[in-house]
Design a protein. Sequence first.
Length: 471
Amino acid sequence: MKLWGGRFDKAIDGAAHGFNASLPFDRRMADEDVSGSVAWARGLGRCGVLAEDEVSVLVDGMEQVRAELAEGRFAFLEGDEDIHTAVERRLGDIVGPVAGKLHTGRSRNDQVATDFRLWVMRACGRMDAAVADLQTALADSAEAHLHAPMPGYTHWQPAQAVTWGHWAMWHAWALERDRRRIATARTAASALPLGSAALAGSGFAVDRAWLAAELGFERVIANSMDAVSDRDFAVELLFAAAMTGMHLSRLSEQLILFANPSLGFVELDDAYSTGSSLMPQKKNPDMLELARGKAGRLVGNLVGLMTTLKGLPSTYDKDMQEDKEPVFDAVDTLAAALPVLTGLVETLRVREDRLIAALDPAMFATDVADRLVRAGVPFREAHGIVGRVVRAAEEQGVGIDALDAEALRAVDARLPAATEGAFDWAASLASRAAEGGTAPEALRAQLAAMREAIGSRQVGSYSSTGWAESP
């Protein structure tokens, strides 16, 4: 059965049918297709196009189709072109000729846009909650080691002392921005195209505001041409997924470095590690490396869809069939990666002794400069003075905390007073008391804000089992 075959004298070529068909991937929108069709049947009834008994027959038939799909009893046929064809064909098997009335005033153009938007809206809810799970794992790790001092790095060189809690919340805040982007993508998707038909609007006075409310959309798309051509929501979801992947990659890269025995800041649980087929001693961070690698895939999905969309001349072109696979793949990729990284962080062993051992006295340099500033020395002058202190320590082969008063005085007479009590990690951390800093009160406030953020902006439900949908 083809929804478009009346104008043609012969069947489509077999290879062309396979090339044209989208059923192998759009079948995962089956439940959304049924929901849209149920609402459309009721909408046609509300405006008098269908009789009340016809609406009841169609709705009951569609719910039987939904049950067959959910229970795996639905039989797809070789000739089914897409999920819309398959569902309407089966509906005809169940209810007879009245099934032919369902598509009145509707096009696959607005039908597929509706299905896809509904799917994206639901996927955004699952993504949001899965990211929040990883945020929670990071916040828990931060709280467990909130004040544990560790080196902070710029240019991957030791810079200043921070704490594990500060480091872990850094990554949790990046994920918070991802959740905001996911919520934005859901809002972009939450606009009803149904009732726009092919491009000029439906020829029947269906109440589109009612349809929007019935299906859970926030608003109606104002222009029928825009309604069938807009795929911005898919691009926005892919952008949110790519950014999330990038943040997962950065987190993974740092944990890979931290888990290297030469640093030994963390130890990965055996359940989230692999070994070598040759070298018995190896404990490889494969989960982190895969998460890092998946980021490229997510970025590729985004660039691919934007490239497909950039030159389309019409309201709907068949090129737009390429919109779903990158979105499905992006969602599946995060569905696989996020729970694994959450479990990895939850079971991560943080070695506070190794964190402290890696602290370099040279990281006190900024503290000494700040003390000189508080004594009235302009910062640029203080910076130069402490730079000479660092050089003097290097020449003597000691840390700056090991220079005696005579050596300090040889650099600048104000240094002995400025360095008194300066070489203390707790004092260094406590001096960063501004909002967002490393002082104990600032860290506690940041953690409370993080907990509050994790609990907000949920855009859907989520179960840790069965997150990914089967294609």
